[in-house]
Design a binder for this molecule. Structure first.
Ligand code: NAP
Length: 382
């Protein structure tokens, strides 16, 4: 029930410490007498960039950093406790990310609660305009936004209008990746073809540089891929829930279909909404709907969380960094959500190194042996 609520909240926003068990290694390390400052150990200064230009990932005509950042929380009071006073820090978070080479930011036209609908897009547009660094770096930022498949968006023209509204909110002339937020195949198949035509039209008009979808499973992905191809539009990316908490056959099947079609996977909720960071336990839950969901899932995650923690301590990383790095090792572009400079700094430490194959196996074994998993987005198709 909590799960369904949470997913509904994500997809239709405008429809309206006592962590002893998995104490974040960042804190753990600091308690060691020889460890010194926890941050300097967890995020050791790295010589050179976090990744080399050739490590950027191709998404159609675009070249993006191996990790992006997600902005669902920016404007969302209900689930993420957003307040307008956070905007200064969010801008610093954006600036830090861009300075460090991150050029992919994910948003959606439905992000933001109540009258703050669209706030995430508005903030991103403002932050790009006000970025003080070189113009070349600013121009290289890729916004991936998602257009909601609202029931009133029934024609391709209405979908193109949604794209134009996003452009207006961000004050941009072109969107990097325009994504259909979810498929209506499960409940309104007739609407789906209009939305696909909408994607074609926005691409033909040059409003988006690349086209992507979200919450599509392998079978539906092949259908839209073939349709778009027949209209001369390449499908470049699919954004799905992809993390150690959603391991399973569907994940594997989607990856192999994507590899064969040349479609890039963008991994959302790579930290399991925060459960893989190690900071939450059954007795230290976040407020609101997330707390209800975590209460159901966290008790079954012992094997996974202790393995994550063990690897993190051995490698001098944090649990978040290991969880995000796993997504990169699986060939996806993770887009962890960030609310603070500190979180961005920590998550940047997921780059510049790789888990070994035995560590990947260990994590997957532990994930498979954990008795709970993340629930699937209700709009996810087969
Ligand atoms: N296409 C879709 O249907 C869909 C669905 C969901 C998400 N997304 C996209 O994917 C992005 C990421 O997913 P998500 O935000 O759902 O979940 P996530 O990335 O798994 O978790 C993000 C949350 O974890 C906490 N966190 C992040 N880094 C941390 C760190 N280093 N240390 C401690 N806590 C940390 C923060 O929340 P607290 O500080 O409050 O714990 C943050 O908001 C979203 O922002 C959105 O852009 C897309």
């Amino acid at each position: 029930m909590a799960a369904a609520l949470l997913v509904t909240v994500h997809n239709s926003n405008s429809f309206r410490a006592s962590s002893e068990a998995y104490q974040n290694p960042k804190t753990k390390l600091s308690s060691s007498p020889s460890a010194g400052n926890a941050k300097s150990l967890s995020f050791p200064p790295r010589l050179g960039p976090l990744f080399w230009p050739w490590e950027k990932v191709k998404v159609g005509p675009l070249s993006v950093s191996p990790m992006g950042f997600g902005t669902w929380a920016w404007g969302n009071k209900l689930l993420w406790g957003y307040q307008e006073e956070m905007d200064g820090e969010l801008q610093e978070t954006f600036n830090l990310a861009v300075r460090k080479g991150i050029n992919l930011f994910d948003t959606a036209d439905s992000y933001g609660t109540g009258k703050l609908t669209g706030q995430s897009e508005r903030l991103l547009g403002k932050f790009i305009r006000e970025y003080q660094g070189p113009k070349k770096v600013r121009d290289d930022v890729v916004i991936a936004t998602k257009f909601a498949a609202y029931p009133w968006r029934l024609t391709s023209g209405q979908f193109v209008k949604a794209c134009k509204s996003s452009l207006e909110r961000m004050e941009l002339e072109q969107i990097g990746i325009g994504q259909l937020h979810w498929s209506t195949a499960n409940y309104a198949p007739a609407q789906e073809s209009a939305l696909w035509d909408g994607l074609v039209a926005m691409y033909e008009k040059g409003l988006v540089r690349a086209v992507g979808v979200s919450n599509y499973g392998p079978k539906q992905l092949i259908k839209i891929y073939d349709y778009l191809k027949s209209r001369g539009v390449p499908l470049c990316s699919v954004q799905v829930q992809f993390s150690l908490l959603s391991i399973g056959e569907e994940q594997k099947e989607l990856k192999s279909v994507c590899d064969s079609l040349g479609v890039q996977i963008i991994a959302y909720s790579p930290l399991g909404l925060g459960m893989l960071t190690g900071k939450y336990t059954s007795s230290n839950l976040p407020r609101g709907p997330r707390g209800l969901l975590f209460r159901q899932i966290l008790p079954g995650l012992d094997p996974l969380l202790s393995t994550l923690k063990g690897i993190a301590v051995r490698r001098g990383k944090t649990m978040s960094q290991v969880a995000i790095n796993w997504c990169i090792c699986k060939g996806t572009i993770p887009i962890p959500g960030v609310k603070t400079v500190e979180q961005a700094e920590e998550n940047l430490g997921s780059l510049g190194w790789r888990l070994r194959s035995d560590e990947i196996d260990e994590l997957q074994y532990a994930a498979t042996n954990s008795s709970t998993k993340m629930i699937q987005n209700i709009f996810q198709t087969r």
